[in-house]
Each structure stands twice: as C-alpha cells, then as structure tokens.
Design a protein around this ligand. Structure first.
Ligand SMILES: Cc1ncc(COP(=O)(O)O)c(C=O)c1O
Length: 509
C-alpha cells in the first residue's frame, strides 16, 4: 500500500553528522607514529628478548585482554597496553626461533601493510581495486615464470599453503570429472583418489575431506631412503585402484617436505601424471621460494610441468603473514572451478574497460591485497638479495648438520635438505641397553618442551620412522651460525640435566 500523502508539506531535516570515527590526517599521523614507535622498539630489542615466555593460559589472558570501553581509551593508556603484548608473545622473527616453518616477516612488507590497510582495496572485483588487481596478477605471473611454467600460467594469492593446496585440488577434481561436480557433487561418480607421499602435509587429507571424497581417498605412498615418494609403489597403487574401478585424479608431489625438506622426484611424477592423464599438483608451500637460488634451483627440475603449484611467500620469502599463492597453468581453469554470478553485481563490460575479478577465481569473495607486501618486499630487496639469503639459509642448515655430526652429544636423524636439519640429543656414555631408542625418544620429547619453555632458543620436532627428532627450519633472515651453536649448547645443557633426572628410572626398569 502506498504511503498516505501528508496534508501539510513537512520540512525534511537531514540527520546531523556523526564523525567520531573519521579521524583527520593529522590524528592518523599521530596515532600511526605511535604504532611505528612500538615497531621500531620491537626491532631494536628483538635479539635481546627471550624467544618466548614460560606462561600459562590464565596469565597471558589476564595480561593482554582489556575490557572494551564505551568511551575512547586515551592514546597513552592504549599504547602502553599494546606495548605489554610484546612481553607475552612468541617472537617468530627472533634469530633463534628455528621451529616449524614460519617466516621472519620482511620489514618493507610490514610497512607496506600499513599503507595498504589505509587504502583498503577489495580484490573481489577489478572495479573495486584496479591497481591492486593488476599488481596481484603481475606478481603471480612473475612467480609462474620463476617456476618455468608455460606462458599462460598465472597466480592467485590465498591465505597460505593449506588454502593454496585446496584451490589446486578443487580445480583438479572439477577438471578431471568434466566439471560436473560443481553442479551435481560426487553423485554417481566412482570413488575419486589422489596420491601423495606419506611425508605430505596433513592438509592434503583435510583437502580430500573438504572436497567430499574423504581422507581415505588419499593414498599415502611410502618414501625411499631420501624421504622421496617411491615411484614403483605409486604406479602399483594407481594400477590397483584402476583395476577395482576407482578413479585416480591427481598426484601431489611435495617440494620440501615439512619434516625433512625432501623433494619428491618431480620430473618422474610429471611423467606418471602424463601417462595416466592425472592432474599434477606440487605442494611447494615451504620449498618453492628456493627456486630463486641458483644452487638450489636444479633440485626442482620437473616442477615446470605441474598443472598447479602451491607456495607460500609467508614461509621462505619471509613476508608477513598471511599470504600463500596458487600457481596454475591457465587462469581460466580457476574461473571454471570457482566462478559464481551474483545478480547484484552488474557490470557493463562493453562500455568499461575492466579487467579480471579475482574474487571469482577462488573460494574467497572479499579479498585482501596480500600480494602487496610480497611485491614491495621483492622491490625493496631485489631478487638477488633473496637468492643470496635463501641460499645462505640452506648453507646454515648444512652447517648445523656438520656441527651435529661433529659433536659427540648429538646425532643427525635425516640428511639435511633445503633449510631443515633433524637431530637428537644423545648423552655421552649412554649404555647400549635394551630400550635405548625408546629412552632417547622420551628424553628428546622432554628436552624439546624444556627448550621451548626456557626461551633462549626455540626448535620443534619431527617423527622419523617412529623416532622423535629435534628439528630446525631456517626461514629467518636474522639467523646466523652463532644462533645454531647457541641452540645446540642450550639443548646439551638442558638435555644433560633431564638425562640426570630420567636415566636412573630407565635403567632400573
Ligand atoms: C609442505 C607444506 N604444505 C602446506 C603447509 C600449510 O601451509 P600454511 O600453514 O601456510 O597453511 C605447510 C605448513 O608448514 C607445509 O609445510
């Protein structure tokens, strides 16, 4: 029903402005400077800080949370509180943080993020982010070229390696099933399977779960002495599956496994994929950036034949989190796998010269400009500095391997590969009694936790053939040889103490 006409014409008064959130450029500068000062202080203090603190949940929660006020918090109080967060953080950028695979965070990348948060583009659509979209496409293309992929290859930024692998495998699933899965799901299809080594990252199983084929559809192929996927077993497993009516659709090679840094035989995997008409996806989330270093590049031969590659600038390109990348041999394949057509987005492409809407090429719709910090880092440092530092990280890992081998109180647990070294503490004069390896497992488990709580250095672990190893991965441009020696000294000191507490129990068992 139409609104009744007012008898008397009424004056329409506009609502008064509400401008509390709209800070002036001067106010922005003042606040921004305080944030910059915090960051500068952090950079100045970083090496002298403990890598982490020995605190439990309740203490951290109590120290860092603040009730949200109704009225603005004064800058002094706010900044003082933010500063206190430093004391309750784990400092991944610390030169002695050597755990997992967590890049140190480039300095130009962090600064670039502040500017870009101010510009705040939405890379859902070209119209909302013309410059940003073109830069992201340019960066993706550059990476695809570094990997030697074909001319049409391109990239899409995502949040990290988990998402990059998912995007690659979703595209693989849809392409290899004739795109019907996008509409009909898996109904009526045979069981789909994919193949990776038993060293592949756990996210591959989660991907299979998210793709609706179930994690049992991931065939984990055993590895050889160098922790690389065994081709004979791969072929046999594919043949077995085909023989019982299962439909293989992809092989995932890992270029830099999380535990040992091993690189699967990529060229041979590409051959197998060609032979069986399978999608060849490479999880290079960790190892990928090593393609920039001349001495490491030959290890990746065959990667250029991949249909898709996952790699993570926020790991070994050191850029601030989060930013992963999926490279694909043809961008159109992503459009085929992910495009949707909301009616509220009308675009007259004939009268506008608009480019690609990246929000239609992946699972995210509204998208941040995560390529920016990567691009600015590459511009500010240049390719050669990256190549030198990545090569240096690998050299440091080999140095660590040599030191571990040389010292009587440590044992190397796997060949050093890329920038990963796995080892364990073996107290001197340890008797060769029954249960020795089990004892070393228990000792090194306790030791790793104690090192992490101690805070002078920080490593993580790998489980290799069922045995517990200490593990370092150098993706930190601040780490040098003295930091590695310091970790070994800390490990030996704490390990000797724990051995003193535990050994009696083992031998009296
Ligand atoms: C080989 C590999 N793939 C995938 C991932 C997951 O990457 P992200 O943590 O960036 O999602 C990791 C993480 O360490 C990894 O090492």
């Amino acid at each position: 029903m139409a609104n009744p006409r007012p008898t008397q014409p009424q004056r329409i008064t506009p609502p008064p402005p509400v401008q509390d959130l709209n800070w002036s450029p001067e106010r922005a500068h003042e606040f921004g400077e305080q944030m910059l000062a915090l960051w500068e202080q952090l950079l100045a203090d970083l090496s002298a800080l403990p890598v982490t603190h020995h605190e439990g949940v309740a203490d951290v929660r109590e120290a860092v949370t603040l009730p949200i006020p109704d009225e603005p918090l004064a800058d002094d109080a706010l900044v003082a509180h933010l500063q206190s967060i430093i004391a309750h953080s784990t400092h991944i950028g610390h030169p002695r943080f050597l755990a997992y695979i967590s890049g140190a965070g480039t300095i130009p990348g962090a600064a670039a993020d502040l500017f870009m948060a101010g510009l705040n583009p939405n890379l859902r659509g070209w119209l909302l982010a013309p410059a940003a979209t073109e830069i992201e496409l340019h960066v993706g293309k550059w990476f695809a070229q570094q990997f030697g992929m074909p001319e049409r290859a391109a990239g899409l930024m995502v949040t990290g390696g988990a998402m990059a692998n998912f995007v690659g495998l979703k595209t693989a699933r849809d392409a290899l099933t004739g795109w019907t899965t996008r509409r009909s799901g898996l109904a009526g299809l045979p069981q789909l399977t994919l193949y990776c080594s038993d060293q592949a990252h756990a996210v591959i199983e989660r991907d299979a779960d998210m793709l609706g084929i179930g994690s049992h559809a991931v065939r984990k192929i055993p590895v050889d002495d160098g922790w690389r996927m065994r081709l004979d077993v791969l072929r046999a497993r594919i043949d077995e599956d085909i023989a019982v009516g299962v439909k293989p659709f992809a092989v995932v090679g890992t270029a830099g496994t999380t535990a040992t840094g091993a690189i699967d035989p990529l060229a041979a995997l590409a051959d197998v994929c060609g032979e069986y008409s399978l999608w060849f996806h490479v999880d290079a989330a960790y190892g990928g950036p090593a393609i920039l270093a001349d001495d490491l590049q030959p290890l990746f031969a065959g990667i250029e034949r991949a249909d898709s590659i996952a790699f993570d600038p926020h790991k070994w390109l050191y850029t601030p989190r989060a930013g992963g990348c999926l490279l694909i041999r043809d961008l159109q394949l992503l459009a085929d796998a992910f495009a949707v057509h909301p009616t509220y987005i009308y675009q007259d492409r004939e009268r506008t010269d608009r480019g690609i809407d990246l929000g239609l090429l992946g699972p995210e719709f509204t998208r941040s400009f995560s390529a920016f910090k990567v691009w600015v880092s590459l511009l500010a440092h240049g390719r050669s500095a990256y190549a030198r530092r990545i090569s240096h990280d690998a050299e440091l890992a080999r140095y660590m391997g040599a030191r571990v081998t040389e010292r009587p109180d440590f044992e190397l647990m796997a060949p050093v590969s890329l920038s990963i070294c796995c080892f364990r503490f073996v107290p001197q004069h340890l008797p060769d009694a029954p249960g020795r390896d089990d004892y070393l497992d228990r000792l090194n488990e306790r030791l790793m936790t104690a090192i992490q709580l101690d805070g002078r250095a920080f490593c993580s672990n790998a489980v290799l053939h069922g045995r517990f190893a200490l593990r370092i991965c150098i993706v930190n441009f601040r780490t040098e040889a003295s930091d590695l020696d310091a970790l070994l000294d800390v490990a030996a000191e704490i390990g000797t103490r724990i051995d003193g507490e535990m050994r009696h129990e083992w031998l009296s068992d």
